[in-house]
Design a protein around this ligand. Structure first.
Ligand code: CA
Length: 229
């Protein structure tokens, strides 16, 4: 039997979701606070998470982010505001689905079933889920070595891809050009830190809306670069 965790502070909604899911044969637990919900989602085994956005203590954004880093299960995010849904999509937190309140409970159950079936297919077929990084509209599939910017695929050379991925995997961390050169190019390779500058420029041309005002890879003057999360 699939086990589902609902993190929702409005008890009436949580109970309604639970009733419908139990009628469909699921085992369901409810947490009414963000902090306890996060703790349960990380430390116990569930097959799917239904996550409200606005929660006491820790919000749904943060829970989604942390669960995504450690757990491989479908996450359905629920919010009262359509605007919030657009915002969380834009953040690329990696939720599998989004539902706006009020919603029809039977539709929610249908979506839960669809996501569980999809995950079962991926696992049952022995197919590994690709290792994907998603940050604010940029999606990097490390397994397939492909990159999408706002849904549009962009082509990167090997070193550009490695550099972008390294920065995106270490968001908000400032690296010097020397560190990046050492990390991405062989220690022995001929070249210098100007190579890093050239590659950053090429990457920005592909991912930034305005390369004069980079929103992703920032220049920290006199130090180096960082990927802004
Ligand atoms: Ca709420």
């Amino acid at each position: 039997m699939s086990k589902i965790l609902i993190v929702e502070d409005e008890e009436a909604i949580a109970d309604l979701e639970k009733d419908y899911l139990e009628l469909s044969g699921f085992e369901v637990e409810i947490e009414n606070r963000g902090d306890t919900g996060l703790d349960k989602a990380l430390n116990e085994d569930y097959d799917l998470l239904i996550l409200d956005l606005m929660l006491p203590e820790v919000d749904g954004f943060e829970i989604c982010r942390q669960v995504r880093e450690k757990k491989d299960m479908p996450i359905i995010m629920v919010s009262a505001k359509k605007d919030d849904i657009d915002k969380i999509r834009g953040l690329g937190l990696g939720a599998d689905d989004y539902i706006t309140k009020p919603f029809s409970p039977s539709e929610m159950v249908a979506r839960v079933k669809a996501h569980l079936a999809r995950y079962d297919r991926l696992i049952g077929s022995g197919q590994k889920v690709n290792d994907v990084i998603e940050i604010r509209g940029i999606k990097i599939d490390k397994t397939a070595r492909r990159v999408w910017v706002n849904g549009e695929e962009k082509q990167f050379t090997t070193k550009e891809f490695d550099l972008l991925t390294f920065l995106a995997e270490n968001p908000n961390h400032v690296f010097t050009k020397e560190e990046l050169f050492r990390e991405i190019w062989d220690m022995e390779s001929i070249g210098d830190i100007a190579t890093v500058t050239v590659h950053i420029k090429k990457i920005r041309e592909k991912i930034e809306f305005n390369t004069a005002k980079p929103q992703y890879i920032e220049t920290i003057w006199g130090v180096g670069y960082r990927f802004k999360a």
